[in-house]
Ligand binder design. Structure first.
Ligand code: PGA
Length: 254
């Protein structure tokens, strides 16, 4: 962690919970949240619950985000949602290029810049997710893959926008598997990502950008991960679904 970058703890509910459970969970999180001055906490919930969840979160520093968006403003895109629609139901942020969207729903790299642009132009704070598959790590291709994903996602981002953008490094092999990247592996990749941002958008941008780690984060490993110098927060799937496992993450330093 770094003094100048506020720790960011984000829960990605994916396609889990029902409306009643989502509302219970958000009420519990809101009740335990401080004033938000020393950390940023957000949940990325199924779009159909955004209006209800954001209504509960209102008046607190809790962020509420969508898990995906489409980059056009309107038109014949059956099943998709625009940034304006997401904002209208209370989202203030959005995940872009989550590994499940890239690898299960087959979203190509060349959509990412347009999605990042649509998010920023639509006043949503994007988290660009990047990460290598197991065979890519084993084949020593981790940096090559990350560079490709970063180049695609950042091709239309300007240095002055960097404070509104977050990156999440989520190795595909660590997502939902119970296997976590070691602090050493995470440190190497986060340093690589920060250097890449500095080389692309300048030293100040490299210093300012927050880079989160995601992949089987839980109350038992959060401290070690948060103490890695270039880790500014965590993006959490499974452990974000229950107060027992999510509250210790938002209180990682207590
Ligand atoms: P996980 O998911 O914590 O269940 O591994 C992380 C994510 O996909 O964001």
């Amino acid at each position: 962690m770094n003094e100048g970058r506020k720790p960011y703890i984000a829960g990605n509910w994916k396609m889990n919970l029902d409306r009643a459970k989502a509302l219970d969970l958000i009420k519990t999180i809101k009740g335990r949240l401080g004033d938000g001055n020393d950390r940023e906490v957000a949940v990325f919930c199924p779009s159909v619950y955004l209006a209800d969840v954001s209504a509960v979160a209102q008046g607190s520093p809790l962020g509420v985000g969508a898990q995906n968006l489409w980059f056009e403003r309107d038109g014949a895109y059956t099943g998709e949602l625009s940034s304006a629609m997401l904002r209208e139901v209370g989202a203030d942020r959005v995940l872009i290029g989550h590994s499940e969207r890239r690898h299960v729903l087959l979203e190509p790299d060349d959509w990412m810049a347009r999605k990042m642009r649509a998010a920023l132009d639509g006043s949503l704070l994007p988290i660009l997710c990047v990460g290598e598959k197991l065979e890519e790590r084993k084949g020593n291709r981790t940096e090559r893959v990350l560079k490709r994903q970063l180049e695609a996602g950042f091709s239309d981002i300007q240095a002055e926008e960097i404070r509104r953008v977050t990156i999440a490094y989520e190795p595909v092999w660590a997502i939902g598997t119970g296997e976590t990247a070691t602090p050493l592996q995470v440190g190497e990749v986060h340093k690589f990502i920060r250097r890449w941002v500095a080389s692309r958008l300048g030293a100040e941008a490299g210093e300012a950008i927050r880079v989160l780690y995601g992949g089987s984060v839980n109350p038992g490993n959060v401290k070690a991960l948060m103490s890695v110098p270039d880790v500014d927060g965590v993006l959490v799937g499974g452990a974000s679904l229950k107060p027992d496992t999510f509250l210790p993450l938002i209180e990682f330093d207590r």
